[in-house]
Design a protein around this ligand. Structure first.
Ligand code: TRP
Length: 454
């Protein structure tokens, strides 16, 4: 099987296709919705620095480790661990990933549903001429309704399931290749508009000027969680995608390109949002609704705002879709390969059960918002537990597995494509995944949940 995949397994066809699919997974609501709102709640500049440090020191090595596991084993996340570590409990890491996929998709599809609602609103020209107060009302009214957000969420899950059912290669590669670059162009146009608003400098200061007094254990953990969430790492998405990558692809450069693209989009989104936040007098820590309140206001003040709003929400929905596909694929690959279901049955079962949990996440931001645990509603519990606890824990176990269990020989064999590529940074990579990344994750994690007090 050297030089190619088993003929029966679906795979990505071209080098750009792989990057597009992995970038399609990484780039999504995490960059455009979650990054600005989490950065806004955690003080801006200082959060950004931590986030960037985590991307480069921990994120890229974790991503390379996931791709290594998946391509070596040629299986879903659970099956990969089982195959590479027979008779050992490492498959539990894959299992935790499947659970995390359920949780992430349940709340992610809530916000993905919002993007459809906002796409609908832009088609009907609902933003132009409205004041900040009116646009906030539009958002509040939508959330308070008990059925519209759920209906959009279900439509989104249906779309996701429909594409996943068609299979990875046909479904995913095709869309991302054209649409991701287009999204980038629209965000840059938004940046220019935001930067020419009055007081926009205050927004840039907020985003880029670190105020180290704002760094607390919570902020550090939020930055780590956001880095993992945004890169789609820590739960087996990239193990699964890695298993579809051909043997001649350079995994290291794929991981670096994808991480750079992802980080770039997050920062550009921040540059669109925060200047506008300050120009319109909104609080940067306004929470989950931040971009949905700020951006329509920006559109209503742009020449051609109608068309830009429409394009933006269309592309944001697509970006969300290429991410939800990658999360659902983790579950579907597990169901079909491990539990021996047909792909169709696996997709239906996974989508329906996730949608069921998801509706409660959606309602917990509206009609059910008074039901809380530790001061968090159901949506926030899913988001916090998956991003800040399960992903870092998964990432820790993944690097330990690759660094200590697989070991240098197998890892360099895989990363070098059986010796075809030179690996000048192999020593550093091994050092990071054996020592730096696991220790750093463990410290941030224990400190963040209060087991350690630095
Ligand atoms: N990274 C995606 C985003 O930023 C979301 C996502 C896709 C994800 N797959 C994931 C997050 C796996 C965590 C784990 O929108």
């Amino acid at each position: 099987m050297a030089g190619g995949n088993l003929p029966s397994r679906d795979s990505f066809s071209s080098k750009f296709g792989i990057i597009a699919a992995a970038a399609g997974s990484a780039i999504g609501l995490g960059n455009i919705w979650r990054f600005p709102y989490i950065a806004g709640e955690n003080g801006g500049g200082a959060f950004l620095i931590l986030y960037l440090a985590f991307i480069f020191v921990i994120g890229i090595p974790v991503m390379m480790s996931e791709l290594t596991i998946g391509r070596r084993a040629q299986l879903n996340a659970f099956g990969s661990f089982k195959k590479l570590a027979p008779g050992k409990p490492w498959y539990l890491v894959g299992f935790m990933g499947v659970i995390a996929a359920f949780m992430i998709l349940a709340f992610y599809s809530t916000i993905a549903g919002w993007t459809l609602q906002y796409l609908y609103l832009s088609i009907t020209d609902a933003f132009s001429g409205k004041t900040q107060v009116e646009l906030t009302q539009v958002y509040d009214t939508f959330l308070a309704s008990s059925y519209m957000p759920s209906i959009w969420q279900l439509i989104f899950m249906l779309l996701t399931g429909w594409i996943v059912m068609a299979g990875v290669k046909n479904g995913i590669e095709k869309y991302t290749k054209i649409l991701m670059p287009l999204l980038l162009v629209i965000i840059i146009i938004l940046d220019i508009r935001a930067l020419t608003l009055p007081n926009s400098m205050d927004g840039l200061t907020f985003l880029f000027k670190p105020d180290f007094s704002k760094i607390t254990a919570d902020v550090v953990l939020e930055a780590l969680g956001q880095a993992f969430f945004s890169l789609s790492i820590g739960m087996g998405t990239l193990i699964t995608y890695g298993s579809y990558i051909r043997k001649d692809n350079n995994l290291g450069s794929t991981a670096i390109s994808v991480s750079l693209a992802d980080t770039f989009i997050a920062i550009l989104s921040g540059v669109a949002i925060f200047p506008a936040v300050f120009a319109f007098g909104i609080q940067p820590d306004a929470g989950t609704g931040l971009v949905f309140i700020v951006l329509p206001n920006l559109f209503s003040q742009m020449t051609g705002g109608y068309i830009f709003a429409l394009l933006f929400f269309l592309l944001l929905s697509v970006a969300a879709l290429t991410s939800t596909i990658s999360v659902l694929e983790v579950v579907v690959a597990y169901f079909s390969e491990e539990l021996k279901m047909s792909r169709k049955k696996a997709t239906v079962l996974a989508s329906v059960s996730i949608a069921f949990i998801g509706v409660f996440a959606t309602l917990s931001l509206g009609p059910l918002k008074d039901y809380t645990l530790f001061d968090k509603n159901f949506f926030e519990i899913l988001d916090f537990t998956s991003a800040n606890i399960m992903l870092p824990l998964g990432g820790l176990l993944i690097v330990v597995f690759v660094g200590w269990y697989l070991g240098k020989d197998k890892v360099s064999d895989e990363l070098s494509n059986q010796g075809a590529l030179k690996l000048p940074l192999m020593g550093i990579f091994m050092f990071i995944i054996k020592f730096i990344a696991p220790i750093a994750i463990a410290i941030v994690f224990m400190n963040g949940i209060g087991l350690l007090n630095l």
